[in-house]
Ligand binder design. Structure first.
Ligand code: NAD
Length: 312
């Protein structure tokens, strides 16, 4: 039986717990906060049943039975094949967790972090077992959005990345290889570039936030839910990507000469876009809409599972 250790049982840690448990793994979960430990099993079990309603989990009760919440970090990382760390997004927290994990885990156990933006060399350099440490950055929520960015430090062993890739694939995720460390990895760099232009267009009065959202939800995002930008542009010109670049390169150069500046993110400027957005949802309304989003994501994940991939 494969066993995963989950360190930190917040939003992301509980979602990872589902990923491994529904794939048939035993999962050992730890969080330093007692109330988080107390609620983790119930929350994971409920979410597994919700996913089952979309056909994403075969036997939610059996999956929930494979989850065990433990009282110490050592219990969560001993005797497991793979550890996923999901504590707070602070360097000191990652340093502390990885120090403890490396000291307690078996030599062959992979130690992966969910960190969104801290490159692994910042928190693994001094560890005896640094070669088995890696970042496996998921997208929220990882039980419904499968991509995982795998990024090693210069000293991460190639076998660590290869084995992490194999493990993540085997539990239904889609690992991608970040070939060398870069701030923000891949996904968040794309997201920042996109958001910066979106904020600029709203701040400068070219479009309302609602219509910008339509441009994505009823436009770009429809293709992007099953093909990436390279695949997309290949079909946007009869001669494929070289034809596309030749046709549009002049406009792309003009755009880059007038690309948004860091001032887009000055407080007074981003506040203009927030004012245009106008809504001020309460935390309860945000939580309710998150439930709706996860339900829609689950339906999309179920739809995508049934689709045949186009083969060239
Ligand atoms: N939320 C997202 O959209 C998202 C997406 C991808 C990656 N991440 C990353 O995942 C990690 C967790 O984020 P989250 O959204 O689940 O946060 P969260 O606040 O929901 O959960 C963090 C959990 O870590 C626990 N914790 C505190 N100190 C700890 C320690 N020393 N060791 C282990 N656990 C500790 C907390 O009690 C809490 O339960 C962060 O590194 C974050 O950057 C978050």
């Amino acid at each position: 039986m494969k066993r995963a250790g989950i360190v930190g049982a917040g939003l992301i840690g509980r979602a990872w717990t589902q990923v491994f448990a529904r794939a048939g793994w035993d999962v050992v979960v730890w969080d330093p906060v007692e109330s988080q430990r107390a609620s983790a099993h119930e929350l994971v079990s409920r979410a597994l049943h919700e996913s089952a309603a979309h056909g994403l989990v075969d036997d939610p009760a059996a999956a929930a039975k494979r989850v065990k919440v433990v009282a110490t970090i050592d219990e969560a990382v001993s005797g497991v094949d793979y550890v996923q760390e999901n504590g707070f997004e602070r360097l000191d927290a990652k340093l502390e967790s990885f120090g403890k994990m490396d000291a307690a885990a078996d030599a062959k156990t992979i130690l992966a972090s969910s960190t969104s933006a801290i490159v692994p060399s910042k928190f693994t350099e001094a560890l005896a077992g640094r070669a088995r440490c890696i970042v496996a950055h998921p997208v929220n929520p990882p039980h419904l959005v499968p991509v995982v960015e795998l990024c090693g430090a210069p000293w991460t062993a190639p076998e660590t990345k290869a084995r992490a890739k194999e493990i993540l694939k085997s539990v239904g995720q889609v690992p991608i290889d970040v070939k060398k460390e870069i701030d923000g990895f891949i996904l968040n760099r794309l997201q920042v570039a996109f958001l910066t232009e979106a904020f600029r267009l709203v701040q400068e009065g070219y479009v309302s936030p609602e219509d910008l959202d339509h441009t994505v939800a009823d436009g770009l995002g429809l293709r992007w839910s099953f093909m990436g930008p390279f695949e997309t542009i290949e079909l946007n010109a009869p001669g494929g990507i070289p034809d596309y670049c030749t046709r549009y390169v002049d406009w792309f150069r003009r755009y880059m000469a007038d690309a948004p500046s860091p001032a887009v993110w000055d407080d007074a400027n981003w506040a203009k876009a927030v004012e245009a957005w106008g809504r001020k949802p309460t935390p309860q309304q945000i939580a309710a809409k998150t439930v709706w989003r996860d339900d829609r994501l689950a339906a999309l994940a179920a739809h995508k599972r049934k689709q045949k991939k186009h083969t060239d």
